[in-house]
Ligand binder design. Sequence first.
Ligand SMILES: [Fe+2]
Length: 289
Amino acid sequence: MISKIESLGTGTGKIVYSTNDCQDILRLSKAEILELFKSSGVVLFRGFGVTPIQMKAFSEKFSYSYLKDPTKTSIDSVDFVNSVDNGMGASPAHTEHGANPLQPDVIWFCCQTPAQEGGETLFWDGVQLWKEMSKHLKQLFVEKKLKFTFEDVPLDMVNQWIDGGETIDDCKQVLDQFEDFSYQINEDSTFSLKYLRSAVVKTKYGNEDAFANFAWTSHARGWEIFEDGSKFTEQVVDELQKLYDKFTQEISWQAGDLAMIDNSRFMHGRREFKDNRRQLFTTIAKILD
Ligand SMILES: [Fe+2]
C-alpha cells in the first residue's frame, strides 16, 4: 500500500516514500505502482534501500524482454543490470536506446552511492517540450525524420543491441521486421545499419505527441541529424538549448533510491560529477500493461 507520495520536480513526477508499514519495495502493490507510473511517467522510490538485485526483482513485476547495452558494463551477478558510470561528464537529453527500433518502454535507475557533488539524473517531459516548441521547430521535426547510421558493427554487438541471435541469419530475421530500417552486411561480416524515425512520437499511455528522441545526443556527438544528412542550424540549436534549459527537472540521488521512467515520453541525461564514488545502475525493458 502506498501511503506517502510527494511531487518530484515541477511536472507530473512523483516520489513514493517507505513508511513504517512498508519498507520492503517488493511488498508495494503492483497495480498501484502501475497506475501511478502511467499517470506520472517518472516515479522515484525513496527510503527502501534498493540494491541492484532488488531493482531487477522489482522490475520483473512490470517488465519483460530486457535489453543489453553493449556500451555499458554489466554486473555479472544480475542479468541485464548495467553500471551507468562510464565517464563522469554531463550527458545530454535522450531516450534510452532512442536510436534502436526496439526502444525500451521503461528505464530503471538504482543509486547505490550518489556522487559527492553533481551527478544528478536530469529528465524532460517530451509532451511538455512538444507543447512549448515554436511552430517553426515543430514544422522541421514533422517534415524531416531523424537518421541514425552505424558502420562496421560487429555481429555480437548487433545481437546484443536487438537481441537478434548469434548468427548473421538470426539477426537478419529480426532486422527484416523493422520499419524504416535498412542494413547491409559487409565483406568482413560486420553490419552497416540505417534507421529513420520521427522525433515526435506517441506516448505509450495517453497516445499524446511527445518530443522524445535521441536527437540532442546525436547533435552533441556531431552526427548528422536528419534523413537528408543535414545537421541542426545555429538557430535550431539555440532554440532547443533554451527549451531544454527551461524544462529541465532532476533527481538528486540518495543511496538506495530507485527510479522508474517512461521512456516513451521522457528523456533523461545527467549532470557531470568529479568524484569516483557514484554508483548508479540501470536496467531497460518492455513493460507489461
Ligand atoms: Fe541513458
